[in-house]
Design a protein around this ligand. Structure first.
Ligand SMILES: [Zn+2]
Length: 311
């Protein structure tokens, strides 16, 4: 806070900071009950967990997935690494192309041009400089993209990432916020946790409002429109509401009715949801024929995902 005050003064605001007369600290405790992958992943890698100890469970699922990916890379490399096993070589393309497929620079008269192919699919990629081709490596890290990682989820993760001796590399922003961190999850592959929120200039809410102002929802949400009739599409392209504070134990997922409006009270921000928002929740519950809070939660996660896809 003092830093911020200093900054404000140096920016020439004309104000100067003298004392703090009042300080209110709001604390809330969250125990995550739910962990899943947002982005559509191959079936073998899909993460979905529901229950106690979600953070630890999520981390072990990530470890398993990393090992699967390592095994996949190893298998494919053994099969395709040798240039003799290259697939779909296009001789005409190779002879006529005068730009390296890797660095995108032109070939100079002294440059050695070689055939470049993908070690995971075996497919011919194009001509490349010999050096570029030799230096090309399959990345040794996998990005794990988490929305608002540095604002929230990082706090859940950081403490749980000491499951073995390998080092945790952290890029801190300040004492409390971490921009990104990475750690070895498999034998050699690292997972690099990054924050998709950092790439967004608008909040989800604002974003969805902008998108919805487009004349035809169907044309904006093309993929989603394939799966839902228009009236439902209208519902899921609006930011959903969720009773975060109310959902404090596993049993609540089995409740078969939408909780009251009061249950949507947000303790951290000390606010209720609007009548309009509650009406929206009721509409969603009805329109999607929701049977219990578990289904509502799952749909809520899907909503957010849909909106984020348009960032
Ligand atoms: Zn090159």
């Amino acid at each position: 806070m003092i830093e911020e005050a200093d900054e404000m003064e140096t920016r020439g605001s004309g104000w100067s900071f003298q004392e703090v007369t009042y300080l209110e600290l709001k604390i809330n405790k969250y125990d995550p009950l739910y962990a899943s992958s947002y982005i559509d992943l191959p079936e073998e890698l899909k993460i979905y967990y529901h229950g106690d100890d979600a953070v630890n469970q999520f981390i072990s699922m990530l470890q398993e997935d990393t090992k699967k990916i390592e095994a996949f890379i190893k298998e494919k490399e053994e099969k395709y690494k040798d240039i003799k096993n290259m697939i779909d070589f296009d001789k005409k393309h190779y002879n006529q192309t005068n730009k390296c497929v890797i660095c995108e620079q032109k070939f100079l008269p002294d440059d050695k041009k070689v055939k470049d192919h993908c070690h995971l699919t075996g497919k011919y990629r194009g001509p490349a400089h010999e050096a570029c081709n030799l230096n090309y490596e399959i990345p040794k890290f996998i990005p794990v993209i988490i929305h608002n990682l540095s604002g929230y989820d990082a706090r859940l993760f950081i403490k749980k990432l000491d499951f073995d001796e390998s080092r945790l590399d952290v890029i801190p922003n300040n004492e409390e916020r971490y921009i990104s961190f990475s750690k070895k999850f498999g034998n050699y592959l690292k997972l690099r946790f990054i924050d998709s929120f950092k790439f967004m200039s608008f909040s989800i809410d604002k974003l969805s409002k902008n998108l919805r102002s487009a004349k035809n929802l169907k044309s904006v949400f093309k993929e989603t429109a394939k799966h839902f009739p228009e009236d439902q599409l209208d519902l899921i392209t609006r930011k959903g509401v969720y009773p975060y504070d109310y959902m404090d134990c596993e049993e609540k997922y089995e409740e078969t009715e939408l909780p009251s409006k009061e249950a949507f009270y947000n303790r951290l921000n000390e606010c209720d949801i609007s009548d309009e928002d509650y009406k929206h929740a009721q509409n969603v519950w009805k329109s999607f024929n929701i049977k219990n809070l578990r289904e509502y939660s799952e749909l809520y996660v899907k909503f957010s995902k849909n909106l984020e896809m348009f960032v």
